[in-house]
Design a protein. Structure first.
Length: 300
């Protein structure tokens, strides 16, 4: 009797594995088709000279497109703008989100309504956010920001048309949309912290600053690092809001690497070089992700 029972159990286990594989295979193949295949095609294009403006010069270029970046000042400018844009938006989102979470945590009533209000910017499409800020918030003379600055006696400014203000403006747009995400995550984390630890710290006469530095920050560190990772990935791949607000201009003042790759590929029709730029952005994103995940696993 034990042998037939064992054989039956083995047959059932194999059937379950085949059933699980049958459920997994379509999703896995779809994932390969929609992500891996385009990436392979992108990498292949980056090794070729594909300029639709000069189709007779098409051919294998090897690493020529990548070597070209070394002497391309526009590439280095877009890379520097990407670093500034990403670092600024992530730091602002974490700092403002944590400050708002600490403030709201002290409000005993109405937190549910504040959470609902915080979700609204997140659910808006980035292109809608870009157009909203371009037409209603940062528009010269009639925009909300311009109305406030003129009321304060600071004059009117072309926030999206001035090269010195355009980058600050798109940083503000991205920060406005995604700070609520950091706020909601950190608020939920702060709400789960054990109150007895703070009570013990008060008995030891620790002031608010000491409690925040030595208790709150170490306890919420995993959540902060995860927010930084997620927001960094979003900032590195930012496109729609900037494109809707400034189109990468004026000139190249807001042309981050993602926009430069798009302009090169679909405006200048240099598909090969644009693909190489996209591959560099992918490499930068993977490197930053790896470094941040290592930091997440590091001891406090």
């Amino acid at each position: 009797m034990p042998a037939p029972r064992a054989a039956g159990a083995g047959t059932l286990e194999r059937q379950e594995r085949r059933f699980a594989l049958a459920l997994f295979a379509p999703a896995f193949l779809l994932l390969l088709l929609t992500t891996t295949a385009p990436l392979v095609f992108l990498a292949w294009n980056s090794l070729h000279k594909l300029d639709l403006g000069m189709p007779w010069m098409t051919g294998f270029a090897g690493l020529g497109n990548y070597a070209k970046m070394g002497g391309d000042p526009r590439f280095w400018n877009s890379l520097a703008l990407t670093v500034v844009y990403t670092a600024s938006t992530v730091m602002l989102q974490v700092a403002i989100g944590l400050s708002l979470a600490l403030l709201v945590l002290q409000i005993p009533r109405g937190q549910a309504w504040l959470r609902v209000a915080a979700i609204l910017p997140i659910v808006l499409a980035p292109v809608v956010v870009g157009l909203f800020w371009r037409t209603l918030v940062l528009s010269p003379d009639v925009g909300l920001v311009d109305v406030v600055t003129r009321w304060l006696g600071l004059g009117s400014h072309n926030w999206l048309g001035d090269p010195q203000l355009a980058l600050i403006s798109v940083i503000a747009i991205h920060t406005w949309q995604w700070t609520p995400f950091a706020f909601l995550v950190l608020l939920a984390t702060l709400a789960t912290l054990p109150p007895d630890v703070y009570e013990a710290a008060r008995l030891d006469r620790a002031n608010a600053r000491q409690r925040f530095r030595h208790i709150t920050l170490p306890l919420i560190r995993p959540a902060v690092v995860m927010v930084v990772i997620l927001r960094t990935m979003t900032a590195l791949s930012a496109f729609a809001a900037i494109f809707a607000a400034t189109g990468g201009g004026p000139g190249t003042s807001t042309e981050i690497l993602n926009l430069y790759a798009y302009r090169t590929s679909f405006t200048e029709l240099n598909i090969g070089y644009g693909s190489a730029l996209a591959m560099v952005l992918l490499a930068v994103t993977m490197l930053v992700s790896w470094l941040l995940f290592r930091r997440r696993k590091a001891p406090a």
